[in-house]
Design a binder for this molecule. Structure first.
Ligand SMILES: Cc1ncc(COP(=O)(O)O)c(C=O)c1O
Length: 289
């Protein structure tokens, strides 16, 4: 959709996509092309489109003495340098806001999203927020982007959208993008869909989930649960074997030091982190235990 928008806008050269290192966006060829997890990617590498990786603001990668926010700023400067050279051929930057889930629940400071939004505006590049995993309360707000006070040009949603009861996904976009497609010339329209697109039953389930989120005050309840779990996890956080303890909203991660090699810790990029994920969505509403 982003590419077609630029094509309709008379800029067909904007056909490239930039994505964060260690990101995951799915397994169809387009989504896999912007995914950076070798386990999923390598087998199909010859079939994939070239896309560009920019540094992930994952705060585990911050330098000594560098705060997550400072590191987010450093990654944003790398993004800026990339756009300076390649914005003319870049359609969009795709990110998983606040938590790169499949990449080992890697968390970053909201400042990155704020700065990335500014750069995307300045260099005329779309910002795609893939909130398929983090949307609907998992990070503490309904959408993770809210914590950076930004709106993306495209917002990808699924999973929590129906509370897991029925399969549904949605790509939301802006009026500006919508208008670029709204034309009597067929080739300017977005003609693609799937057999079950807009399935009414799944849409009804999604509406029910939105009602439950509001009526049961799920987000407020999650704040209380998160505060409780953080209090209970205090001993774990400061345990000598624990190298990384991190939390965003209703996601907790605890990675232990590797006793064989004290400078390293299990789970950093290997996906073996002891990882506890609690859902903020109604179907899997959790209780502190
Ligand atoms: C961030 C993110 N994007 C995309 C996907 C893939 O979604 P789908 O299976 O609906 O293609 C996932 C699935 O786990 C995900 O976590």
């Amino acid at each position: 959709m982003s590419y077609h928008y630029w094509r309709n806008a008379g800029r067909p050269a904007k056909s490239g996509f930039a994505a964060l290192a260690n990101g995951y966006h799915g397994e169809t060829l387009g989504a896999l092309s912007v995914t950076d997890i070798p386990l999923y990617r390598d087998t199909y590498a010859p079939l994939l489109r070239k896309s560009v990786r920019v540094p992930s603001p994952d705060w585990r990668l911050a330098g000594p003495g560098e705060t997550p926010r400072e590191y987010a700023g450093r990654c944003a400067r790398a993004l800026e340098a990339h756009f300076e050279r390649h914005a003319a051929e870049t359609a969009a930057l795709i990110v998983e806001p606040l938590v790169q889930c499949a990449g080992g629940m890697a968390m970053h400071d909201a400042q990155y999203l704020h700065l990335a939004r500014g750069l995307c505006d300045r260099f005329e590049v779309h910002l795609i927020a893939d909130e398929i995993a983090v949307g609907f309360g998992r990070t503490g707000t309904l959408f993770a982007c809210e914590q950076a006070q930004i709106s993306p040009d495209f917002l990808c949603l699924s999973k929590g959208l129906t509370g897991g009861y029925l399969p549904l996904s949605v790509v939301m976009t802006t009026d500006r993008v919508y208008q670029a497609y709204y034309d009597d010339r067929l080739e300017r329209g977005f003609l693609h869909s799937h057999s079950y697109s807009g399935n009414p039953l799944a849409c009804r389930a999604a509406l029910a989930v939105l009602d439950i989120l509001e009526e049961d005050k799920v987000l407020e309840r999650n704040l209380r649960i998160a505060a409780h779990l953080n209090r209970r996890a205090e001993k774990l956080r400061s345990h000598r074997r624990v190298a990384h303890f991190r939390n965003t909203g209703m996601i907790w991660v605890c990675a232990t030091r590797n006793p064989a090699s004290p400078g390293t810790f299990t789970g950093a990029r290997s996906g073996r982190a002891c990882c506890c994920v609690l859902s903020g969505t109604p179907s899997t509403g959790c209780r502190p235990t």
